[in-house]
Design a protein around this ligand. Structure first.
Ligand SMILES: [Zn+2]
Length: 409
């Protein structure tokens, strides 16, 4: 039998700034800064028939990307040829006489078998007449092409697949085919980031939707994207919906048990593009700053995932013994510069409490030693550390828990 001792331990550290505590991460920040609005608009204008492009060696104007329209294939050719310009191997996946997905593969240098997919559908509506589909979904397609243009210039530890799906509007046909093939082949897809409708912000409130469901690590991936938004200060206000919509291609991956989310303009947030699926869905009604911010969020998210595999390695590596939740959420949170971390030990244990930066680097050890049973309270002074996301991990002989906290300057 152990005697219960209520102990209050104050451990106050004055911390030395670690040179490695760069925040936000400079590599990712540099990639985000390469996001080019002119390039994005150029892609959308070509895909939505505002300007012609050289496709298959001749000047062509894409007047519709509807699945049953001849220009749907012309759009696929344009996407294929644009991805090829990155130098990456680019493929067509013809899954029916009319259906064609287009994708490029950037093999990971350290973990080539572990993949992240960034994707969008390129087909559009309406089924008759001119179908520019600028917002739905030339905008998401353009963002995938822009992520490919930027990230293809560097090597990445994890594999990236840049995928543009056909026949989303016909019932997620292209993505369902791909996801089924991937599941059958046992592809190790760590996460799918689906980009939908980036151009419309009718009330100029910069709100975006993130849609997730409890499949794989999808809830964590949604939280991670919210974190990325705040770390890189992209000026957006994300709202996460769980259970989120199944009305786009990420849902095809949920059906196979894969981690996937979509982010988009605020269509659950009551700010749907009124020109949706009409001939009025054009770049002329875009909120360009919003389109740019969402595209930067896509670059930052994918860049972080393929460099650090954040969703699995750091933020959400919870290993909790059933019935035993030792670690409480710190308070205040967000904080500056002081915060309090509390935990309860059911018996005397060797215990460590460690702070990590967003890169997963250990920057401070607050506790390391044999502690008695009971509640323990530890203060952390983060003066001198850059603002942003941090993690604290409590490890004992037989448990490990990690939580997030945010330092605001
Ligand atoms: Zn769409």
């Amino acid at each position: 039998m152990k005697k219960i001792i209520n102990t209050l331990v104050f451990i106050i550290f004055s911390l030395v700034v670690s040179a490695s505590a760069q925040h936000p991460d400079s590599l990712i920040q540099n990639l985000v800064l390469q996001t080019n609005l002119d390039t994005l608009i150029h892609y959308v204008e070509i895909l939505s028939g505002e300007q012609s492009a050289i496709i298959n060696g001749q000047a062509s104007l894409i007047t519709s990307r509807y699945a049953g329209h001849a220009h749907n294939d012309l759009a696929a050719d344009y996407i294929h040829q644009t991805l090829q310009k990155t130098g990456l191997p680019t493929y067509d996946q013809n899954y029916s006489s009319n259906g064609r997905n287009v994708y490029a593969v950037q093999a990971g240098t350290t973990f080539p078998d572990q993949q992240f997919i960034v994707c969008a559908h390129y087909d559009d509506m309406p089924s008759f007449g001119a179908a520019p589909g600028a917002d739905d979904n030339a905008s998401g397609t353009a963002a995938v092409l822009e992520v490919a243009r930027i990230l293809s210039q560097i090597s990445t530890p994890y594999t990236i697949i840049y995928a543009l799906w056909d026949e989303e509007e016909m019932g997620l046909v292209g993505s369902a085919y791909y996801a089924q093939q991937a599941a059958q082949a046992g592809d190790n897809i760590l996460g799918v980031v689906n980009l939908e409708m980036f151009g419309w912000d009718g009330n100029d409130d910069s709100t975006i939707d993130i849609h997730t469901r409890p499949v794989g690590n999808s809830l964590q991936l949604a939280g991670f994207i919210e974190d990325i938004q705040s770390i890189y200060q992209l000026g957006l206000f994300p709202v996460t919906y769980n259970p989120g919509t199944t009305a786009s291609d990420h849902s095809s991956f949920w059906n196979q048990g894969y981690t996937a989310v979509v982010f988009s303009q605020a269509f659950y947030g009551n700010d749907m593009n009124p020109y949706y699926h009409t001939a009025g869905d054009r770049t002329t009604v875009f909120n360009l700053g919003y389109f740019y911010a969402l595209s930067r969020l896509a670059v930052a998210t994918v860049a972080h995932l393929v460099h650090y595999n954040m969703i699995l390695d750091i933020s959400f590596n919870h290993e909790i013994i059933p019935g035993e939740l030792l670690l409480s959420q710190n308070y205040p949170n967000p904080f500056n510069p002081w915060t309090t971390i509390e935990f309860d030990l059911p018996d005397s244990r060797f215990t460590t409490l460690t702070i990590y930066n967003v890169l997963g680097e250990s920057i401070a050890t607050l506790v390391s030693g044999q502690l008695p049973a009971g509640r323990h309270t530890v203060l952390w002074n983060a003066s001198g550390f850059p603002s942003g996301l941090y993690f604290y991990r409590l490890a004992t002989d037989n448990s490990q828990e990690t939580r997030k906290m945010i330092l605001l300057e």
